[in-house]
Structures are given as C-alpha cells and as structure tokens.
Design a protein around this ligand. Structure first.
Ligand SMILES: [Zn+2]
Length: 228
C-alpha cells in the first residue's frame, strides 16, 4: 500500500525546546541525538543548532542523509529496511551526502536518530577507504552484513559507503544485461528483500551472482583501482 500522503515533512529548528517538542509530538520519540525520523509517516525533525551543525553545507548533507532513510522507508513495499540491512541503508545515505558535491560524509545515525556530524578521517571517505585498505583495516564485507545501524563503527561506515559506491557505479557487474543491470535497478533489487528481512549475504549472492568472499576481493581491487 502506498503511503496515504506521499509528501515528506521536514522540521528544522535551532531551538532546543522546540526540537524536543516536535520530536515528541511529530516523531513520537525522545530524541537521542540531533535528529529523529519516522519513515512510515515520512517525518524528519532536526536540531539545526549552530554549535552542532557548523554550516549550511553540513546541514544540507544532514538533510540528504536523513531524507534517504525516509525515501527508503517509503519505497514500495512500505516499511523500514530490516535492521540487519543497516550497513546497506547507512551506506546509501552516506552516498547521497557525498553526492552533494564535495565527496564528504559526516552524518552518522544511531538507529533512527541523527548524531552530531563527525569528520572521521577528514570526511573524504573515498580517500579514507583507500587508506584503510592500505593499512589492512578496511572492514570485510562479512563484517558489514547483518549489522544494525547502531552497531556500525566509523570504519564500517566508511566501508559501507564505499561498497554502495561500488554498486552505484555498476562495478559489481552482475551476470545480467540490459535495464536490469543498471545500478538503480540493482539497488531496488537489493532494497526490496531488505524490507522483507531476507538475509543480506544470500541476497547479495542471488542478485550479484557472487559469494561474499569473492565479492569482497573484487570490491577491494576496485577500491585500489578507483580511489587512488
Ligand atoms: Zn543514517
């Protein structure tokens, strides 16, 4: 069933009391960070405090990141992605942050709560992924599957972003051709099972035609060849 009202509602406020009030009334949660969202109803409330959100660019990244979560929740079939798909969901949200122009990611979530921006490794996560790989610290894909958003550490956020970048750029090259092989079609084929709670490992194997260990090896080679 499509949502009754397809429009999203985004509340930005600098006022701490107003943020608390809107979070409780509009999202119906006690906020644990600088923002919270309700994907089912398409509502986002953010505390745009200048001490926490340093400038308009950071605010734009925060909105892009959080709106990605809302849009994923509203993608048919309605409902959030399963918790075990946290790295895929968070990686896609980071990808849209980076897409705003500077390639910078700095917005991390704790479950459905936005956290104060964090410039891990300078925020340029394509560089960070390459550096982590060279240091042999880039988390394996096996470390990312079946993880909830709140269980991801900063290095896993970087790897999740880079893996989505690999998928979006069509580098995974699944054994299919034509429109079905386009990155957006692939992402939809991953997002739908993600909503019904199908395992991430088995779904990646089914959609991309490769077992995780082989995919991990190809992903690392791509990071070295593309981010250098
Ligand atoms: Zn997030």
């Amino acid at each position: 069933m499509p949502p009754a009202d397809p429009r999203l509602r985004i509340v930005l406020t600098k006022d701490a009391q107003e943020f608390q009030k809107r979070a409780l009334e509009d999202v119906r949660v006690e906020p644990r960070g600088i923002g919270c969202r309700d994907g089912d109803r398409g509502v986002l409330v953010l505390h745009a405090d200048a001490k926490l959100v340093r400038n308009d660019e950071t605010l734009a990244r925060l909105v892009a990141h959080e709106v990605t979560h809302l849009l994923l929740a509203r993608l048919p079939p309605a409902g959030p992605l399963a918790d075990s798909w946290g790295s895929f969901e968070e990686g896609l949200a980071h990808w849209f942050e980076a897409e705003l122009g500077l390639g910078i990611c700095e917005c991390l979530c704790y479950a459905e709560h936005a956290q104060p921006p964090l410039r891990f490794r300078g925020g340029r996560w394509r560089d960070a992924a390459l550096a982590l790989d060279q240091e042999r610290r880039l988390p394996a894909l096996a470390d990312l599957v079946d993880r909830e958003i709140q269980d991801l550490d900063p290095e896993q956020h970087v790897a999740a972003f880079a893996f989505v970048d690999y998928l979006v750029r069509g580098a995974a090259a699944p054994p299919i051709t034509g429109a079905a092989a386009r990155p957006e079609a692939l992402l939809l084929r991953l997002a739908r099972p993600a909503k019904t709670g199908q395992g991430m490992r088995a779904t990646l194997a089914a959609v991309l035609g490769r077992e995780l260990a082989e995919l991990d090896e190809l992903f690392r080679l791509w990071v070295r060849a593309t981010y250098c």
